[in-house]
Design a binder for this molecule. Sequence first.
Ligand code: AHR
Length: 661
Amino acid sequence: MTNAWIKKQTCKWFVMAAIATPVLSHPTQAENATPADPVIVTVRASQPKNISPYLFGIFFEDLNYAADGGLYAELVQNRSFEYSAADSKNWNSLTAWELVQNYGKGSLTVETNLPLNEKNPHYAVLTVENAGAGLRSAGFDGIVLKAGEKYDLSLFTKVISGKPGSIVVRLESKSGGLLGEAKFSKLSGDWRKFTDTIKASATDSDARLLIVASGVGAVGLDMVSLFPQKTFHNRPNGLRPDLAQIIADLHPKFMRFPGGCLAHGDGLDNMYRWKDTIGPIEQRKGQPNIWRYHQSVGLGYFEYFQFCEDIGAKPLPVVAAGVCCQNSGYLITHKYGIGQRGLPMELMPAYLQDVFDLIEWANGPVTSTWGAKRAAAGHPNLEYLGVGNEDAQTDVFRERFKMIYDAVKAKHPEITVIGTVGPDPSGSDYDAGWKFANEQHLEMVDEHGYKSPQWFWDNLARFDAYDRTKSKVYLGEYAAHDTGHTNTLRSALAEAAYMTSLERNGDVVRLASYAPLLANERHVQWRPDMVYFNNTNILLTANYFVQQMFGQNQGDVYLPSDSNTTNLIISVVQEKKTGDIIAKLVNVTDTPVTSRLDFASDIKVDSKAVKTVLGGDLSSVNTFANPRNIIPVTSAMVAGKSFSYEVPAHSLTVIRMKTRR
Ligand code: AHR
């Protein structure tokens, strides 16, 4: 996060301040060929250049309720009563819960003296004076149930006093209509876990979960969880299938997680600690999310790695570089103070051990301590490790980063460790970050850039000038921020043009991911995002479709091309596995461009090809009311060794061609 970012967030935190209106100065038709002249694109297919086979991936951060209340399919909010004012100013242990006294009388409190375990210190106590009192969860803005589908319910109970009897859990409509029920008896004085499966009798997008005790007494309740059985790939403790699927549809080659700012945290005590995020959910340690809500870590490292495996993406975890976010304490003051702080040196060996353990957890044999813990997670294969995120380039940072980098490379030369060069694609941290990267001969660094569409157009040649002998680049976060931070086609086409430059420079830019990925439309903290959702719908933006068109059409060989216009931005790649040649053409002018593609080699290009076109008005956006304003349209077309194609105004076209030997 930059200072500029802070200023933006200060006025808004949840609604970013407007940025200057970009004025596009890309060339117009008149500057080049006349409309009557076909643009000749000559593809020098005999001069292939190997590029990164993993160029386009995704970056996931629990921001905008992307995980809790989003991708993570848990339906009960604040399920372990750990919410607090440290998460969000007005929150407490009973946020998203309420006492219900419709049929009985009682009280609801929160206690800590007999906890389920030390990682979950708080639990609710329902004290019933007249049987029928209970507590109710409103979920994350309601609970969505689908008729006939099954939901796994689990909760921990403990009799504290009296005879609270049995516990009845009812799934109800907002008006109290019964949608499903489970009953648990034989409660004990010790914490005891109960589970059951409830089949929803009707569809309801705003249901509630009610817990009622049948007797009189006090009962402790903790980790109340309701999960749809239908999750992505039917994984227990899994992911919302519709959201997970649209991510899978991007065909990401890698996935960076868990953030962003969230990874290095709001103060040293808020760094993301991967070990707190694995194991049974009741033994995980949730904590405040730097984005001012709570992270349950129900979606933890196990689930991240599993998801990567399910979608064929390489995991790219990011650990803090031994320092917290330089903007720590911006909203709440932590005991370590405000700003970037480094872990005290005496804590660094233990921190380093956590990093080694992560590598062992991911890659170690099942006979190793952490490899054994991972075995059930499938077969993660860790090749990349991010260390640090946008960190201010201070001595405190450099000392700790170097310690981690050198130690990991010495013990695990097979891991590509990715450094960081600050929050902006220029400026003092960027310069200092690159200087440090060059001095240390880092193999790869993470660059970020949230800029106007015009900036992207102005920087299409940026990576052409990068020194090929220096560190490779992971463009870990980028997005074109148009006026009002809306997801215009203008912003998406600027990104598309820029992505062609990433392909051209795929020898130096090895990985790239748009950011942020997801936003719950009721809790948007950062705009623009790639995908917006609510509990029942998903809104795919023009930016999503650009990512999808590039993601689904990645190549590992770049075929240089020349053309007699700058009106068309062009990239041609080949996918070794299939031999397919893929051309991407961006026309941001307001006139169609008649083009002819010539393959200047003996390559045999099939005449049957498929094209996908995304186009429209530069200012148009998709909305929940009009989600199909800008959508890609796929159709067959005739290609060949030399063929003509009229590139529509304001569009991205991807043409996929088969080749023959
Ligand atoms: O993507 C949102 C935020 O932007 C990330 O958390 C941070 O790395 C950057 O400032």
